[in-house]
Design a protein around this ligand. Structure first.
Ligand code: DIG
Ligand code: MN
Ligand code: MN
Length: 389
């Protein structure tokens, strides 16, 4: 069925191999779906209408693959990309799955692990660039603790900064046109993760040797796990020029990382997020870092992928309707009306302006009693989302 909510390449919808390739195994149960090869996953994504595919190094090349196995996998993967027209916008390193990373990678207390993590990352960067990636994500899945007795958080921060400075210099040395995107998460699989939120990373980036090369990859479920407003985190990253990538999904509040289909739980938050991205003209990938329910077979995985993209496009249309709705726009104009009476008090500091502000007579009661009509505005928004306007 093709309709106005059917995905097209210009929508830039991408999925990781690990998302549609998730076999459904979890901490409490075995896989429910058979493993599909990377090439087969590319054909699956081509079938549902995705624009691109992302991967961790070991999603594509198993950690102990022989050179001939690696060559065969790459040949099949590249053929699938050519056959489907999908591209590889982003790549990343799995620095969390292998037991060697059980105490972290870049922040591990063991210098051999830290050096091995750099080796693995440089090889993975080479592979990502070879396949066309322009963005490289770092999610510190094991960069954390169960007990703070084991690690000094200042030492961990310094180790992480040293590693990122190193890989930025590596990319420069190799002549790679690559941007790095840091992905925050508050906890899981470690008891606590360092750099728990997108805001924490925005502060950290400015301490790096090449901050211009580094941005963030906010994930909806991760900010929600921290009890935060995801769109606000994205907006702050955008305003700072640091929204280099985004991981879209959903989940119920106060839960572990559920990585649900986009829009499966918090439709109003998803609406404001999509409206923001479209209003500001975000030009990056709309990456769904999400997984189908464990109840699903491979056809269900395709339903999951289609649902992510359809919901995004439906909410994109709702955002356009919000921007064109006469009642909503009239109300917003009233709410933001400015009689110009304090124009002289706006803008940057000057001694004269400070004196004028200190001397200005404000009618505090009159200002305070003004009704702002936000109930009416939000009800109009809800009714638009419910399809009754
Ligand atoms: C999980 O949210 C993480 C890893 O899957 C990956 O490193 C990153 C890329 O989107 N997201
Ligand atoms: Mn997640
Ligand atoms: Mn993610």
């Amino acid at each position: 069925m093709s309709d106005i909510y059917s995905p097209r390449p210009e929508h830039k919808f991408t999925f990781g191999l690990w998302t549609v390739g998730n076999t459904g195994a979890d901490a409490f149960g075995e896989a429910v779906r058979s493993h599909l090869s990377a090439a087969d996953l590319v054909y699956l994504l081509g079938e549902v209408g995705a624009y691109g595919v992302n991967f961790h190094d070991n999603d594509l090349i198993p950690i102990d693959a022989t050179a001939s196995e690696r060559a065969a996998i790459l040949k099949a993967f590249k053929k699938a990309l050519s056959d489907t027209g999908l591209i590889v916008p982003m790549a990343t390193t799995n620095l969390f799955g292998n037991p060697v990373f059980k105490d972290g990678a870049f922040t591990s207390n063991d210098p051999k692990v830290r050096a091995y993590a750099l080796q693995k990352t440089m090889h993975a960067i080479d592979l990502g660039v070879e396949l066309g990636a322009g963005v490289y994500v770092f999610w510190g899945g094991r960069e954390g603790i169960e007990t703070d007795a084991a690690k000094d958080p200042v030492a961990a921060t310094k180790r992480f900064r040293e590693a990122l400075n190193f890989v930025c210099e590596y990319a420069i040395d190799q002549g790679y046109d690559l941007k790095f995107a840091l992905e925050a998460k508050p906890n899981e699989p470690r008891g606590d993760l360092y750099f728990a939120t997108t805001g924490a990373y925005l502060g950290f980036i400015e301490t790096l040797d090449h901050p211009e090369m580094v941005g963030v990859n906010p994930e909806m479920a991760h900010e929600q796990m921290a009890g935060l407003n995801f769109m606000h985190a994205v907006a702050q990253a955008w305003e700072a020029g640091k929204l280099f990538h985004i991981d879209l999904n959903d989940q119920n509040y106060a839960r572990f990382d559920q990585d649900w289909r986009f829009g499966a739980q918090n439709l109003k938050q998803a609406f404001f997020l999509v409206k923001f991205l479209e209003d500001v003209g975000y030009a990056g990938s709309r990456h769904f870092d999400a997984h189908a329910y464990r109840t699903e077979d491979h056809e269900g995985v395709k339903d999951f992928a289609r649902g992510c993209m359809r919901t995004y496009l439906i909410l994109k249309e709702k955002g356009a309707r919000f921007n064109a709705d006469p009642d909503i726009q009239t109300l917003l104009a009233e709410i933001n009306a400015d009689d110009g009476s304090v124009d002289a008090l706006k803008g940057a500091y000057s001694a004269a302006k400070a004196a004028a502000i200190k001397a200005h007579a404000f009618d505090r009661e009159a200002i305070a009693t003004r009704g702002l009509q936000y109930e009416k505005l939000d009800q109009l928004t809800v009714e638009l989302l419910l399809g009754v306007r």
